[in-house]
Write a protein that binds this ligand. Structure first.
Ligand code: KIV
Length: 267
């Protein structure tokens, strides 16, 4: 998988199936199952480290898990596009800090880095992309600002907030972002954003099925998440024989648009 292929998928409305991964074994299984992209999410703070948020994850931890995932992908089909999260505090200080942090993740083997937020991030994204660093944005529910948002809840329900999100998405595209995660936003809004972008594919999570692709936290789609599961999560292991088969079913369901079920989408 390369950037050109991802953009072609977006242009031809072929859905992109992304999963999070944190270690070599599960990354290899996901790659064999045909997942288009793997995200080393800072959600590892919660699912691997047992923290209550992503805020404590460090750049060194992200680099370590990225190396593990890269090894796993290389030992399998070596196909998945690898995106690594820039953790909280690794890009907020300055553009120079951002490129230093991105360098660590690219040297660990990531193809692209992801950072959260709109508006103030435009400058950072432009600085990175002008220097050849591929960037994925993240709008809607941005877990690194969970305290400011007042919890893990649906974003941009009101018209003004929806208009702002659309504007921020367009600005991120102009700044050079090629992927954009839309988390926990109304399905009509994520559809509108997806239609408004040509050079940037959208990846939804809890955002309906009209985005260019989908992402789920791997533990959640394997029914291994602890705590209350959001409504949009489906347990793919329940009806399948083993982890690789469950992942294959996820890829199929994303591609044939049966996941997520728009009728069940609650916002
Ligand atoms: O950290 C993460 O896993 C993420 C996804 C939920 C999109 O950002």
């Amino acid at each position: 998988m390369n950037l050109h292929q991802l953009m072609q998928m977006h242009a031809h409305d072929e859905k992109i199936a992304m999963l999070t991964a944190y270690d070599a074994t599960f990354a290899a299984l996901a790659d064999r199952a045909g997942v288009d992209s793997l995200l080393i999410g800072d959600s590892l703070g919660m699912v691997c480290q047992g923290q209550s948020s992503t805020l404590s994850v460090t750049l060194q931890e992200m680099a370590y898990h990225t190396q593990c995932v890269v090894k796993g992908v290389q030992s399998a089909q070596n196909k998945a596009w690898i995106v690594a999260d820039m953790p909280f505090g690794s890009y907020q200080v300055s553009k120079e800090q951002a490129i230093q942090s991105a360098t660590v993740l690219l040297q660990a083997g990531a193809h692209m880095v992801k950072l959260e937020g709109g508006g103030w991030t435009n400058e950072v994204v432009q600085f990175l992309t002008e220097r050849g660093v591929l960037v994925c944005g993240h709008l809607g529910l941005t877990p690194q600002t969970v305290h400011a948002l007042g919890g893990y809840k649906v974003q941009a329900r009101e018209d003004r907030a929806a208009q702002l999100l659309l504007k921020q998405a367009q600005e991120l595209e102009q700044a050079g972002a090629h992927l954009l995660v839309l988390e926990m936003v109304p399905k009509d809004l994520s559809h509108q954003v997806t239609q408004a972008l040509t050079q940037c594919a959208t990846i939804g999570i809890g955002a309906g099925n009209m985005t260019s692709g989908q992402v789920l936290v791997m533990h959640d789609m394997l029914g291994a998440g602890i705590g209350k599961m959001p409504k949009f999560v489906r347990n793919f292991l329940k009806d399948h024989d083993g982890v690789e088969e469950a992942m294959r079913a996820y890829v199929r369901a994303v591609k044939d648009r049966t996941f997520p079920d728009n009728e069940l989408h609650a916002w």
